[in-house]
Ligand binder design. Sequence first.
Ligand SMILES: [Zn+2]
Length: 149
Amino acid sequence: MSGAKRDEDTISIGEHWNEPVRFTIEIVKDGNCRAGHNAGQEFAFEWNTPKGMCSEAFVGMYPVLHSLRVLGDMRELGSEKRNERTYTCPSRVIQFRIVAHYTCNICGCELDIVDGGIRSKRLENPDENLWIRVCDNCFDRYRDKILTW
Ligand SMILES: [Zn+2]
């Protein structure tokens, strides 16, 4: 086979990109805090930093966020759920409950976690070393397309 790929035969990740992990964080324990955090305060974010969060706490929890982004299983660290972790700030005062939500790379719907596994399918293009995690619907819709950046 040769010739240019037609648009209808391809799906471009760049055009459809949806961040595959988003975070919600709730403060579950407060105390004397320079950043003014209070119990019940919530943050929701994807790739960018959460506005208003203590910078030292964010830097301190970043390894947890990164681990969750690459599907690290928090049960290995003693959490009850693979996608949740409680983090205590560097001053040992404020506690944050971090929850990772895994989403379809195309449509953004939340992927279920079943028996500790993230329920998803994989669209891939081995020739380009590209792959994404998608929901059942997007898999059925795009499975015959060629994945491109
Ligand atoms: Zn989808």
